[in-house]
Design a protein around this ligand. Structure first.
Ligand code: PMP
Length: 375
């Protein structure tokens, strides 16, 4: 065990001596619940009208928090699979990626700690930092000098949080340098890889795998709703981090479990043949990026998220309207999602796209770029 997680064991020790919670296997079956092969009358469900159970849909949801209604075995299967996917000891599923961020980040830094967050981190990370009682410090986007300066300055316990692929810029976090800095300054690294997971790196293990630093990430957070095409979110880390989340994470304890059928969907998709689609996605991404560049656009993105920067907010909306009236749907993104004056069209490449649909999109982008004076 890494000594940097000792503080978590100390906290768990205090909880264990008093109000320790753990997840217990249970399968809800209408008015009954099966626990250790025994059928018990279920007095722990919020499915008040009994509408949650039908014969045609026997995979009944837990209708309550996993700690109250019991923990369907499907969760255990998915969490074991996700922990393996990230090569971590343990994983915990949350109803969404947003909640996984809230649930993991809010429990880690304490009052006397500091959390350093990239200025372009997603809203769910910002909200999670706000939930902690730690001091918050924002470092310039992917700027290692600024990060190091702030790491040097602070003598408290330090946490660094970054996205793997930035959701509005499509650039990779400089994880090789960040992991080195975290090691040097004894900081704990939290990675939200919502856009890199199942997309980047061998077998889609994510951005850190792609950049060769997967073993140096302390806490992984991700969504099941993007690269995996399922629904939900999860955290993967050391056992003690997951144990602490089960015991103290309010977005885990005080909300209903993800419905079982969605857990099954995630399990099916994670075991499916994803590799072919992943290869196609990168082929499409390269085709789109190169095509835009040869139209004359300046593209900074390194991933499937390709922003075309327009700048002015009004012009960006008009640009978006021109695209849709010519058969292409790419969303304009404005302040406050991105900085004022850096409005953009955010292209999200998928493996669904055919060579023809990419060629058509490029043709429309070329005409739009000329019309609006961007290229
Ligand atoms: N993190 C990042 C970086 C995201 O972009 C998003 C969703 N846009 C989330 C977390 C939240 O994921 P979910 O949609 O599963 O709640």
């Amino acid at each position: 065990m890494k000594p940097k997680f000792n503080f978590i064991n100390a906290r768990l020790g205090r909880i264990r001596s008093n109000l320790y919670r753990s997840l217990h296997d249970a399968r809800v079956l209408g008015p009954y619940v099966i626990i250790k092969r025994k059928k018990l009358v279920n007095l722990s469900s919020n499915d008040y009208l009994g509408l949650g159970y039908t014969k045609i849909f026997p995979m009944q949801t837990q209708s309550s928090s996993r700690l109250i209604s019991g923990n369907d075995n499907l969760f255990k299967k998915l969490e074991t699979r996700l922990a393996r996917h990230k090569r971590q000891e343990s994983a915990l599923v949350f109803p969404t990626g947003y909640m996984a961020n809230l649930g993991a980040i809010s429990i880690l830094p304490q009052k006397d700690d500091v959390i350093l967050s990239d200025e372009l981190n997603h809203a769910s990370i910002i909200d999670s930092c706000r939930l902690t009682h730690a001091r918050k410090a924002i470092y310039k986007h992917n700027n290692m000098q600024d990060l190091e300066k702030r790491l040097q300055k602070d003598r408290r316990r330090k946490f660094v949080v970054t996205e793997g692929i930035f959701s509005m810029n499509g650039d990779f976090s400089r994880l090789q340098e960040i992991t080195e800095l975290c090691k040097k300054h004894d900081a704990i690294l939290i990675l939200d890889d919502a856009h890199g997971d199942f997309v980047a790196g061998s077998d889609g293990r994510g951005s850190a795998e792609y950049l060769g630093v997967s073993k140096k990430i302390d806490v992984y957070i991700s969504s099941l709703s993007k690269g995996l095409g399922a629904f939900g979110g999860y955290v993967a880390s050391k056992k003690e981090v997951i144990d602490l989340a089960i015991n103290t994470s309010r977005p885990f304890i005080y909300t209903s479990a993800l419905p079982n059928f969605l857990v099954q969907v995630a399990l099916d998709k994670i075991s499916s043949n994803r590799e072919q689609k992943r290869v196609k996605l990168w082929k499409n991404t390269n085709m789109m990026r190169k095509g835009l560049e040869s139209c004359g656009y300046q593209i900074e993105s390194q991933s499937q998220i390709i922003p075309v920067i327009i700048g002015n907010e009004k012009k960006t909306l008009e640009f978006g309207r021109y695209l849709s009236s010519n058969g292409v749907f790419a969303q304009p993104i404005r302040y406050p999602t991105v900085q004022l004056g850096s409005a953009r069209i955010r292209i999200s490449v998928t493996s669904w796209l055919t060579d023809e649909s990419i060629a058509k999109s490029l043709d429309v982008f070329e005409r739009a770029g000329k019309k609006f004076g961007i290229i």
